[in-house]
Design a protein. Sequence first.
Lengths: 243, 243
Amino acid sequence: MTASHSPFARKLGAFVALSDRELIALDGLHTRRKVFPSGRDMIHEGQTNHSAYIVASGWASSYKILSDGSRQIVDFQIPGDFLGLRSVLCRTADHNIEPVTTLEASEVLASDLLDTFTDMPRVATAVLWAASRDEAMVVEHLVGVGRRDAKVRIVHFLLELKSRLKLVGMATSAGYDCPLSQNLVADALGLSTVHVNRVLRELREDGLLTFRHGHVEIHDLDGLIAMSNFDRTYLDEEGPMLI
Amino acid sequence: MTASHSPFARKLGAFVALSDRELIALDGLHTRRKVFPSGRDMIHEGQTNHSAYIVASGWASSYKILSDGSRQIVDFQIPGDFLGLRSVLCRTADHNIEPVTTLEASEVLASDLLDTFTDMPRVATAVLWAASRDEAMVVEHLVGVGRRDAKVRIVHFLLELKSRLKLVGMATSAGYDCPLSQNLVADALGLSTVHVNRVLRELREDGLLTFRHGHVEIHDLDGLIAMSNFDRTYLDEEGPMLI
DNA sequence: CGCGGTCTTGAAGTAGCTCAAGGAGCGTGG
DNA sequence: CCACGCTCCTTGAGCTACTTCAAGACCGCG
């Protein structure tokens, strides 16, 4: 696998060892590309009959708004991730999706996907794997919000992001670019913006990491992993798990 | 559909209108029945090569334990629910499952399920629907833990449970039996046991609901729905959504 | 009858919230 | 080119919704 493949192909290639033919087929799903501006919902809760997408570039957020106006962000989507895969199945979306940055995404027809599956069953395995990884991430997110204090929660979140970005070549162990505002992080982690700011300052002062100006710099990876009990094997595998 | 069918068949019948032949086929999945004692894990995190089950009677909990010993319960399973469906796919479980009460469950082989699917595609639709409902419930759970205060969180939780139990004939609008200890509720909702106790007392004093001695009594359904902004349509449909 | 789990209540502490106000970066229009 | 109006970041001060600790009551069970 080379860097010339799409983030989507790179990601799946990390799960399941794929042949060139299979990787090219995955890239082939990237026709019908669209661009979405940031800050405007591309999928509304309750909306029916929309499509699924694969993110080509940019970040998005899926979230719910409560009656009192507060927002819970369920997950962020980065290049290579599916957007709204489940809501295609359910026919009606159960949450909103809004680009965080300008977003390029390719519309994926269920039929195209299924054709690829019958043609190349290993691809089906990989997609299923990716889908259940997404579900596992929501569970992990729930655990964090329910039982971890703010500092550990934020560290865990930033490490997870690092692992995910690394998979598509957008992060190193030293750091990564991150377009999320402190407000977005707060709404994802069930905290207030103010508190996120304070914790980020503490982490900076402790020499653990710096998150500023859209960039996360990791100063002490071992320290971060130790304090957050981040599971290295959870998302951070080197090489495909299934040969 | 009559009450003589299994909870599983009842539940799916509420999603998709199923013929007698289809309902009977679903009941047919309930061979290979096993009994699990309460309080002992039936599936461990990291365990591989275990089976999926359908709960026939009793309650179970799926949860994760953090390094500091605290526990986050991700979901409870009631009769008619799948147990460990995703971990069959992933090969290795990403959370523990422990019966809350004595549990009767039927082992389901992936092959049996797939045979039923090819034979009766509507069943596949129904199972897929149930699976994505489960996922939607985890998301809703995350929203609650992240953004709702303790009172609303508990009310929402108990109303959701009511809706789910109603689907399998184990609850009425007046109330239901609930074997969960306050400690279990606390670990599901990211609260302390003590605080759950206090909030429950408040709800009782406000004449909204009583949760005592393993029984939830609903005194003021409209009041509860109003204060928690519970979405009536979310799980509470009357009649199948897909004819 | 005593014992472990659950429930209940009080008292005191604290993590994280809200409110408030100022600064820094940046696009936009005068 | 500067002034403006954003949005985002930063910091302080005070508050409150929760937590932890502690102790007693209840209850089913061996």
